[in-house]
Design a protein around this ligand. Structure first.
Ligand code: CA
Length: 300
């Protein structure tokens, strides 16, 4: 089956953190360095944005109690509603030297989020300060627990359908990791490498950024500076499908649409450069012949 790629919105610079809300058929995502959060309405085709001030938002995920959980630099905040734009503190995760990066909610409603060194978005793989990031979970009461402290740029966690495995990328060493996942305790163990993007077996893929898991249990990994999303088999670590895009810095992806058969893909340009024609676009890929799952919402 052949896919079709289209640009559905071109309204941001550094797109990241896509989350599909099935009840509204809207895709929420962020524009990291302009501090905007975005809502793309797939029914009307409208892409609207909301500025949150000096936020460095990296995620926007709906809450089960209304509104959204959002990051502001190293803090977790609650956005009361899209219409109000009102933000209140929820949890302080880390000192201000780092910023929070990619995050997702597990099936029990906990938020998992990685931190990283506060760079300018111009990823220098060889010179980026190593092991300054961590992986945390933020519980529904705002309590914070650190799980890993040797991460450089954590990205793209997602879970197997039975919640027995958590997948998580550390972009700079190019590692796609799997962990045993205990959903009751909110614990991870037994880290192993699923795929190493630095190996010659996966050439020209850039670094692994955001990621989502399909209903077949395969990983769709955004390849920053690789201009691709690859479908990985976590059992073998092999790339089993490649979808190419007309810009190099592909940041993240998630499934959406009525049947979760459309893949939404965010992108960016280097911040110091003029925008290239497609960089910053929100892409929609149809006709992949696979489907994703409903994304979890925050219980806190
Ligand atoms: Ca990312």
């Amino acid at each position: 089956m052949s896919e079709k790629i289209e640009v559905v919105a071109k309204n941001c610079n550094f797109g990241e953190g896509p989350h599909w809300e099935d009840t509204t058929q809207c895709l929420y995502y962020v524009d990291v360095y302009t501090n905007d959060v975005h809502r793309y309405n797939a029914v009307t085709g409208e892409d609207s944005r909301l500025n949150l001030g000096e936020s460095m938002a990296s995620i926007i995920i709906p809450r089960q109690n209304g509104g959204f959980v959002v990051t502001q630099k190293s803090d977790i905040v609650i956005l009361d509603s899209w219409d109000s734009g009102k933000v209140t503190s929820f949890a302080k995760v880390e000192a201000d030297a780092n910023i929070l990066n990619d995050g997702k909610v597990d099936a029990s409603g906990r938020l998992w989020i990685g931190s990283c060194f506060f760079g300018d978005g111009d990823l220098d793989v060889d010179n980026w300060p190593k092991y300054q990031g961590s992986l945390y979970n933020v519980d529904t009461d705002g309590s914070v627990k650190k799980h890993l402290s040797d991460i450089t740029i954590g990205n793209g966690m997602d879970w197997s359908d039975d919640n027995s495995v958590m997948y998580f990328n550390d972009s700079i060493p190019g590692q796609v990791y799997a962990f045993d996942f205990d959903i009751t305790a909110g614990a991870i163990s037994n880290r192993r490498t699923v795929a190493n993007f630095r190996s010659t077996e996966i050439p020209d893929k850039g670094v692994p950024d955001g990621m989502t898991v399909d209903t077949d249990g395969k990983l769709w990994v955004a390849c920053f500076e690789g201009g691709k999303v690859v479908r990985l088999d976590p059992e073998t670590g092999k790339v089993i499908r490649t979808v190419k895009f007309p810009c190099e810095r592909i940041t993240s992806c998630c499934f959406g649409g009525k049947d979760f058969t459309d893949l939404y893909v965010t992108s960016t340009a280097p911040p110091q450069l003029e925008k290239t024609p497609f960089a910053g676009s929100l892409f929609k890929v149809t006709g992949l012949g696979v489907r994703g799952r409903k994304a979890n919402t925050f219980a806190g």
